[in-house]
Design a protein around this ligand. Structure first.
Ligand SMILES: [Zn+2]
Length: 296
């Protein structure tokens, strides 16, 4: 984890998940996300300590464990205040609600209890809504960009936009093929809106710092449309259950899913595509033989 200067008072800690650092008054800093667990949080505090900086707040982009997993440690060791958007705050306070996503709402199998899905619970002091927050002499603008989660939020500090998981990098799209989404409908709307949001620097949570995200943004949008078009074409050949659609989508993209966590994420994301198509009148379903069939 290395401290990188972006511009003005804005920095980031480069890592598997990048942490935003915005310097305010009296060596106080505000963080964007907190990493995957106590270990990440310890690294963050160590690096800040070398600079003589003191974290006073963390703004979470969303409630996934790799973004909020360090919250609890930062609260305990440094007394930071946690700012998080509404739906995500529920998961941050009670990680069980996030786990339920992974197993169709039922009590999850223990194999799904990975740190990424079940971080330590953390308090949330402020529920973030769109607009500006003034903390320790910094100005943080919250821009709600739902889709990845129900209230996923990007933050702008000066000329830097912290994207969270709104955009997948080329490398992520190459390996996972499909970006995780709670709502494909919201994600498409948020990506379209991102075209209109100006910044001089963009930081991907899992990726690098960019001056220009134009082609990556279009790649993310195109991948969603490719997936939607594939599902429609697949169902046009005959009705299918959701599990068949999951397998067909995986085959189409050449995926070989061999971990139950990856299957859960893919399954949930395919459901988000199915509901988008259904709610836009492009596919329908029928119940027959105690099975839920999807059809065009
Ligand atoms: Zn995420």
């Amino acid at each position: 984890m290395e401290l990188q200067h972006i511009t003005d008072n804005v920095y980031y800690l480069s890592s598997a998940i990048n942490i935003g650092v915005i310097r305010g008054d009296d060596d106080q800093v505000v963080l964007i996300d907190s990493g995957i667990g106590d270990r990440s949080a310890r690294h963050i505090l160590r690096v800040l300590q070398i600079e003589g900086w003191r974290p006073v707040a963390v703004f979470n982009t969303h409630g996934h464990g790799d973004h909020v997993g360090g919250n609890a440690y930062l609260v305990e060791q440094a007394g930071v205040h946690v700012y998080a958007p509404l739906y995500d705050s529920v998961v941050i306070r009670q990680p069980l609600w996030g786990m339920l996503f992974m197993f169709a709402g039922g009590e999850p199998i223990h194999e799904l209890a990975a740190p990424r899905f079940s971080p330590r619970p953390s308090p949330v002091d402020v529920i973030v809504t769109p607009g500006e927050y003034s903390v320790a002499g910094t100005i943080i603008e919250a821009i709600t960009m739902p889709g990845h989660t129900g209230t996923h939020t990007c933050y702008r500090a000066g000329r830097v936009l912290f994207l969270g998981d709104l955009l997948s990098s080329e490398a992520e799209l190459e390996s996972a093929k499909i970006s995780y989404a709670y709502s494909v409908t919201m994600r498409l709307e948020s990506l379209a809106r991102l075209r209109t949001i100006e910044a001089d620097y963009y930081l991907l949570a899992h990726g690098d710092l960019r001056r220009d995200i134009g082609s990556l943004l279009e790649l993310n949008i195109a991948r969603i449309h490719e997936t939607l078009d594939f599902i429609k074409a697949y169902l046009a050949r005959g009705r299918a259950e959701a599990a068949d659609v999951v397998a067909a989508v995986a085959d189409h993209f050449g995926l070989n899913v061999n971990r139950v966590r990856d299957y859960s994420l893919l399954n949930l994301t395919v459901y988000a595509h199915l509901s988008h198509l259904h709610n836009h009148g492009e596919i329908d379903f029928e119940l027959e033989g105690n099975r839920l069939w999807w059809k065009t």
